[in-house]
Design a protein around this ligand. Structure first.
Ligand SMILES: Nc1ncnc2c1ncn2[C@@H]1O[C@H](COP(=O)(O)OP(=O)(O)OP(=O)(O)O)[C@@H](O)[C@H]1O
Ligand SMILES: [Mg+2]
Length: 506
């Protein structure tokens, strides 16, 4: 496949289980490979060979019998930097093979709360070692949400290592309410493995992890009532790579992913996904609840099981009453102009530590996690509203772009279709803090939902595993977004530029 024109952003999504690589504007990643490296178990006997032989992705997977396999990213965190560099080399020089990387910007998908040092280090590797033209790093939930055309919503992103519950308002993550669950695809693998062993099924193969993953991805599903699951055939025959077959009792297929709703099955004392959604909302102004609940977006490979959405809807419906009354918005267009400011402290009774995921009792005023020492209590947000000036003019009844002076047919457009000018990025005046604190709720409300109303509405992309890539692909092809990429010189002068608020283009 031909390399797109210089200037087209390369999208790099390196996940704990799979790396997805491609270009902005394309419908799916060009390359998807397992994020693993393999080095020879035994020292090479060949005389002239020096240095380390390392295999990446599918190459490592194919030769796993003779290799020592490593996963350089665990639960979203880089644990082996040398192998991580090798993955970059593999992406740029074995897969993409772009002659002059200095013509290509990179859109790097980052997990929420990526540490500043790590972020800047990755940036330096891309600028200095790979000499990319420019770079932008965007949190994965923002990309996933944008991929379904939304900038406000509650993203539930479940990959291999972490499940994130992330409220996003006007393209900005509401940091203090984000829930990080160390409960994801790898935990379902573990539970599946345990269940198979309990049935006396011991898979003896160097590719045992691959086989478990394959059984899971092809067969696991959710039932609505795990206490009383539908009756199916007793067992299912699974064909092994060596031609033999194993008989797997059918109940295992719905019991394995149950850990997402019952973490205690693996002995984890953490919230399950629906509880974490409620916890997340409790940290946000209630006037945003209906907006978030009616825009629940699901992303990440580990939420692809059939029946997940239905089960989540059911369980959420059962515990949403814990929130109390949910304000009902009047039928008005949502304002695009809400801004957020910090105030006060949250007063939750319990919360998951955003650092290590342990459930912490906060009723005694604790602010730090007893397990890892990380801060559990974060400031609360209040939301006000302020006007945004449009960068368009009206001439003879037509909307004109003030930059290129061309007439725009769609007066509601956020961008100029001719020159890419962002009509809504004009400087927003700073509003004094005291005014924001007193600001009335940003939207109009009329009463509350009845307890019987279904407030939830789900947005589920066609391919959950590529949802982040797809959002990045759309965003990366917008001219107004491309202007936010940071060059090496700009980064060297001011590293804060990498923390640019991309919500300004929404
Ligand atoms: N059809 C499927 N059914 C169930 N699980 C699936 C399916 N497809 C992929 N998965 C699982 O999803 C996980 C990979 O998803 P994804 O690629 O979104 O994660 P990642 O980006 O590698 O990890 P993370 O974002 O947590 O670092 C793996 O656990 C994989 O087994
Ligand atoms: Mg991921």
């Amino acid at each position: 496949m031909a390399i797109p024109l210089p200037g087209t952003p390369i999208i790099v999504d390196i996940g704990s289980a799979y790396t997805k690589i491609g270009f902005a504007g394309e419908p799916s990643p060009r390359y998807v490979f397992p994020t693993i490296t393999g080095t020879e178990k035994y020292k090479a006997v060949m005389v002239d060979v020096s240095g380390r032989n390392i295999y990446i992705g599918l190459d490592a997977s194919k030769m796993r019998g003779v290799l020592k396999i490593k996963r350089p990213i665990e639960r979203g965190a880089i644990t082996d930097w040398n192998d991580y560099y090798e993955i970059f080399n593999y992406i740029f020089y074995s897969l993409l093979r772009i002659e002059n990387l200095s013509n290509y910007p990179v859109l790097y998908t980052e997990p929420p709360f990526l540490q500043r040092e790590t972020k800047e280090y990755i940036a330096r590797v891309l600028y200095e070692t790979h000499k990319v033209k420019s770079l932008i790093m965007v949190p994965t939930p923002v990309l996933a949400l944008f991929g379904v055309g939304l900038t406000t919503g509650l993203v539930i992103e479940g990959g291999d290592g972490i499940t994130w519950i992330v409220p996003i308002i006007n393209g900005q993550i509401v940091d203090q309410s984000v829930q990080k669950l160390t409960l994801a695809g790898m935990d379902v693998n573990q539970h599946l493995k345990n269940l198979l062993m309990r049935e006396g099924i011991n898979i003896e193969s160097s590719a045992v992890d691959e086989i478990i993953k394959e059984i899971k991805e092809k067969n696991c599903y959710f039932v609505l009532n795990p206490e009383n699951p539908p009756k199916l055939n007793e067992s299912f025959s699974f064909a092994m790579p060596d031609g033999s077959s194993i008989e797997i009792p059918n109940y295992i297929f719905h019991e394995a992913p149950e850990v997402l709703f019952q973490p205690s099955l693996l002995g984890f004392n953490i919230l399950n996904i629906p509880q974490a959604v409620i916890n997340c909302l409790q940290g946000i102004d209630k006037y945003y609840w209906s907006d978030l609940l009616s825009h629940i977006m699901i992303a990440g490979g580990n939420l692809s099981y059939s029946g997940f959405e239905e089960r989540l809807r059911l369980e959420l419906g059962q515990i949403i009453p814990q929130l109390g009354k949910i304000p009902k918005p009047k039928n008005v267009q949502p304002s695009k102009t809400q801004k957020m400011e910090l105030k006060g402290k949250t007063r939750k009774k319990k919360d998951n530590c955003p650092n290590c995921g342990v459930l912490v009792d906060l009723s005694d005023g604790k602010e730090f996690c007893p397990s890892c020492g990380g801060r559990v209590v974060l400031p609360e947000l209040s939301i006000g509203s302020l006007p945004i000036k449009k960068k368009t003019a009206i001439l003879d009844g037509k909307t004109i772009c003030t930059k290129c002076k061309k007439a725009i047919e769609d007066s509601a457009s956020v961008f100029c279709p001719y020159c890419g000018e962002n009509f809504e990025s004009t400087d927003i005046p700073e509003i004094p803090r005291d005014i924001i604190k007193q600001a009335a709720p940003a939207r109009e409300f009329s009463g509350f939902y009845n307890s019987s109303d279904d407030v939830t509405r789900f947005f589920v992309p066609e391919n959950l595993q590529f949802a982040i890539f797809n959002g990045a692909s759309i965003l990366g092809s917008l001219p107004s977004f491309q202007r936010l990429f940071v060059t090496r010189e700009q980064f060297q002068n001011n590293s804060d530029l990498l923390y640019k608020d991309i919500s300004e283009i929404f």
